[in-house]
Design a protein around this ligand. Structure first.
Ligand code: LMR
Length: 398
């Protein structure tokens, strides 16, 4: 049966880590996958996480199955973080949240539920979007289309193009939106642009599916969550938010994400949650205990929460400093045209490097970036910054 199986290409992001790991050059740098590395080049274990982990180890609880939709303390704390504690949607019982296997799991469970509830919908993604968005929604059986998003000349959002394209979509189209720290471009909408988009979505009866994988990585927890609140305030009665703690808690391998579904009434929300649970049961039955216990333990303990918020601030501020450092070092290396990197938000920059230039970075310098030119700024540190800047300047000269 397994003779003549088609060999499919490796994943455009995670496949890079495999190639990077196999590279024996000591100067190699992985700017591919979206991971925050600290100044020593390691993935940090946050102090708040370490403390709660110690506490949980001391308690040494047995590991029964979690409910299908996850740890209640986790889903409740997540809802409050994502929508804001005082959100009228929460008070009305209109939001239902399920713990999922990372943000990707939230996207896929959400997509599977939507396929049942809106079987004929098309899904519209920003052009460009995270490589896996198209794959996830296609795998769930949706037709996927693009809407204009990025302007390669300004390295920012082509807002007129975006409004024009969203305005052409058929009512009922699912529109995937990045709440903040747009992946891969690093180009975000302003608050006033979000308000316009929210109004347009409402007027045209489009369905918002918000992906929020980087809350707290640009301006702060509340500011980075503005899109969710603006869409709620616009009076859109049904929408979805997928979120992830991979980055904000530096818990990549614990696969801690959540899917929140907003429905017109509390009774509708209950019915929607029953659909979510049915989908989860047929994929992985119920989520795992450890990561959710860590996140819930931190979010619900005032002291640990304050510590985590401080650590998140440190990560965010360090990324801003790295952006600035990279721009300065690029300019010093003879490439002043990269000033826009300082204006972009989050872990990524769409550098504008071509596929050939990215290949040269890998072949000649052992620097791994996504083929589209996306680089992960959060993988830089004072040891590799100059090396990367000089290499990028070299390939950019052609
Ligand atoms: C990325 O875009 O690099 C991250 O979201 C990790 C992933 O799963 O692709």
């Amino acid at each position: 049966f397994f003779a003549n199986v088609e060999l499919v290409p490796g994943d455009p992001i995670l496949g890079l880590t495999e190639a990077y790991n196999a590279d024996s050059r000591p100067t190699k740098v992985n700017l591919g996958v979206g991971i925050y590395y600290d100044e020593s080049g390691r993935i940090p274990l946050l102090r708040a996480v370490k403390q709660i982990e110690q506490q949980l180890a001391n308690e040494a609880k047995p590991r029964g199955y979690l409910p299908i939709d996850g740890l209640p303390a986790y889903t409740q704390a997540t809802r409050e973080l994502v929508f804001g504690k005082d959100s009228p949607l929460l008070a009305a019982g209109r939001v239902t949240t399920a713990q999922t296997v990372g943000g990707s799991g939230a996207l896929r469970v959400g997509a599977d539920v939507l396929k049942k509830l809106l079987p004929h919908a098309t899904v519209a993604l920003s052009n460009p979007s995270w490589e896996n968005h198209r794959a996830v929604f296609s795998a769930a059986g949706f037709e996927v289309v693009d809407y204009t998003y990025f302007d390669p000349t300004t390295h920012g959002v082509n807002f007129d193009g975006l409004l024009a394209d969203l305005g052409k979509l058929e009512a009922g189209t699912v529109v995937l939106l990045h709440a903040c720290c747009h992946n891969p471009t690093g180009a975000d909408l302003t608050v006033s642009q979000w308000k316009q988009v929210a109004q347009l979505l409402k007027d045209r009866q489009l369905f918002p599916f918000i992906d929020m994988a980087y809350q707290g990585f640009d301006k702060g927890i509340e500011q980075d969550g503005a899109a969710v609140r603006i869409i709620a305030e616009a009076g859109i009665d049904s929408f979805i938010v997928a979120n992830s703690y991979s980055k904000s808690f530096s818990l990549y391998g614990e696969r801690v994400g959540a899917l929140s579904m907003v429905a017109p009434t509390a009774a509708d929300a209950k019915a929607v949650q029953s659909q979510v649970k049915r989908v989860i049961r047929t994929i992985y039955s119920s989520p795992s205990t450890h990561g959710a216990a860590l996140v819930a333990g931190v979010l619900t303990n005032p002291e640990l929460r304050a510590m985590w918020e401080q650590e998140l601030t440190e990560m965010r501020e360090r990324i801003h400093a790295l952006r600035q450092g990279l721009v300065e070092k690029l300019a010093a290396a003879g490439a002043p045209q990269f000033g826009f990197i300082n204006e972009q938000a989050g872990m990524f920059s769409y550098s504008g490097l071509s596929r050939e230039q990215v290949e040269r970075l890998r072949d000649e310098f052992g620097i791994y970036a996504v083929g589209t030119g996306r680089i992960c700024v959060a993988a830089l540190n004072q040891n590799n910054l100059e090396y990367v800047a000089k290499a990028v300047a070299t390939v950019a000269k052609g």
